[in-house]
Write a protein that binds this ligand. Structure first.
Ligand code: ADP
Ligand code: MG
Length: 327
C-alpha cells in the first residue's frame, strides 16, 4: 500500500507548498473559518495546519488516510457538479506515504479528540486518544524522509517557504471570509483576518498584492447570462517587474488557465504593447455544470463547455473596464 501511495504522491506532492495547498483545501472543504499554518525549515521539517472545521469522527480517521477514500462524492451527479475543492481522495494517503503524518481531530458532537497515523509498508493505521479543540490538526513531519531522491530536489528553506507563501496568497484571495495565519520557524509571517463586508475586500487584496496595485487597479464587476466576472485589473506598465500578479479564479478555485489568461491579455493588448504583463485579481463564477474541473491532476486547469463564449466574455468585460479607466 505504501508503494502505491508513493506513486500517487508523485502527482500530488511535488514540494512542501503542494502539501500545504492540499491541506488548506481540506480545511476549507470542512467549513473552517480559521486556519493556522505553521512551517519549520521551509516545510521540510514541519507543516502543521490547524483548523476549526467540522472535524473527522473517530470511526472515519482510518478511512481518511486510505487512498481513494473521499467523503466528498456521494453519487454520479456530484461528479458532474463538483462544488468542493478536493474530490480525488488521494491527498492524505499520498502525503502520509512520503512523510510522518499525524491527524488529530474532534468533531463538535464528539466528546473526545482522537489521533491517527499510518506506519510501515502496509500503512497500518494506529488510532489513539488525544487532546484537541473542535476541528482538525494535520502535522506533516520530515517530508520525503523515505524518498531521498525527492528530498534532494527540495530547494533552500527560503525558496520552499516562498512557494508556501504564494499558495497562501492565492487561497487567501479566494476566501476573504476565512482568517489565515502563517508562521515560519516560530515567527509570524502573515496574518489575514476574516472579512465579512465586501467593501473591505480591497484591504486584503492590498495586503497580498501590494498597496500600489490596489490603488492603481480598475475594478471589474459584470454579470451576464449566467457568467459573473469581478475583481481588479491594473495597468501593466506600472507593474512590469510584477508579472506574477496574475490571480484568476473559477468558482473559487485558483486557476492558471490559458483561455482565461488569453482573454485578459487580449483585452490589455488593445491598450498596451504586447511585451507588458497585466496584473489582475479576477473571479469568474458560472454554473458548475458549465465547467469540468478534473482536467489536470494539479487542478489548475478547467474545461469550459462553451469556451469561446467564456473567453469572449472575459475579453469584453476587461476591455471595457480598461477603456473606461484609460480613456
Ligand atoms: P479528498 O479531499 O479528495 O476527499 P483527502 O485525502 O484530501 O481527499 O482527504 C480524505 C478525507 O479526509 C476527506 O474526504 C475528508 O473527509 C477528510 N478530511 C481531510 N482533512 C480534513 C479536515 N481538515 N477536516 C475534516 N475532514 C478532513
Ligand atoms: Mg483533499
Amino acid at each position: 500500500a505504501r508503494l502505491a501511495n508513493q506513486i500517487a504522491a508523485g502527482e500530488v506532492v511535488e514540494r512542501p507548498a503542494s502539501v500545504v495547498k492540499e491541506l488548506i483545501e481540506n480545511s476549507l472543504d470542512a467549513g473552517a473559518t480559521k486556519i493556522a499554518i505553521d512551517i519549520e525549515k521551509g516545510g521540510a521539517k514541519l507543516i502543521r495546519i490547524a483548523d476549526n472545521g467540522k472535524g473527522i469522527a473517530k470511526d472515519e480517521l482510518t478511512l481518511a488516510l486510505s487512498r481513494h477514500a473521499t467523503s466528498k462524492i456521494k453519487d454520479l451527479d456530484d461528479l458532474e457538479a463538483i462544488a468542493s475543492l478536493g474530490f480525488r481522495g488521494e491527498a492524505l494517503a499520498s502525503i502520509s506515504s512520503v512523510a510522518r503524518l499525524t491527524l488529530t481531530s474532534k468533531p463538535a458532537e464528539q466528546e473526545n479528540a482522537w489521533q491517527a497515523f499510518a506506519t510501515g509498508r502496509d500503512m497500518a493505521v494506529t488510532v489513539q486518544p488525544a487532546a484537541h479543540p473542535n476541528g482538525t490538526t494535520i502535522e506533516v513531519n520530515d517530508l520525503f524522509f523515505n524518498t531521498p531522491a525527492r528530498r534532494k530536489f527540495l530547494r533552500t528553506e527560503k525558496t520552499e517557504f516562498t512557494h508556501i507563501d504564494e499558495v497562501l496568497r492565492r487561497i487567501a484571495l479566494a476566501r476573504f471570509d476565512v482568517s489565515f495565519s502563517l508562521t515560519h520557524n516560530g515567527k509570524i509571517i502573515r496574518q489575514y483576518r476574516a472579512i465579512k463586508n465586501s467593501a473591505q475586500y480591497a484591504k486584503r487584496v492590498g495586503m497580498i498584492c501590494g498597496q500600489k496595485f490596489i490603488e492603481q487597479a480598475v475594478t471589474v464587476d459584470c454579470q451576464h447570462d449566467g457568467l459573473h466576472l469581478w475583481g481588479w485589473l491594473a495597468h501593466p506598465e506600472q507593474h512590469r517587474s510584477q508579472n506574477d500578479l496574475c490571480y484568476s479564479y473559477v468558482n473559487g478555485r485558483m486557476m492558471r488557465d490559458k483561455l482565461i489568461n488569453h482573454g485578459i491579455r487580449q483585452a490589455f493588448s488593445d491598450w498596451i504593447p504586447n511585451d507588458s504583463y497585466p496584473a489582475f485579481v479576477l473571479f469568474l463564477n458560472l454554473d458548475h455544470k458549465e465547467v469540468d474541473v478534473n482536467v489536470h491532476p494539479a487542478k489548475h486547469e478547467v474545461r469550459f463547455h462553451q469556451g469561446r463564449y467564456v473567453h469572449d466574455f472575459i475579453y469584453t468585460v476587461c476591455q471595457q473596464a480598461l477603456q473606461q479607466a484609460l480613456s
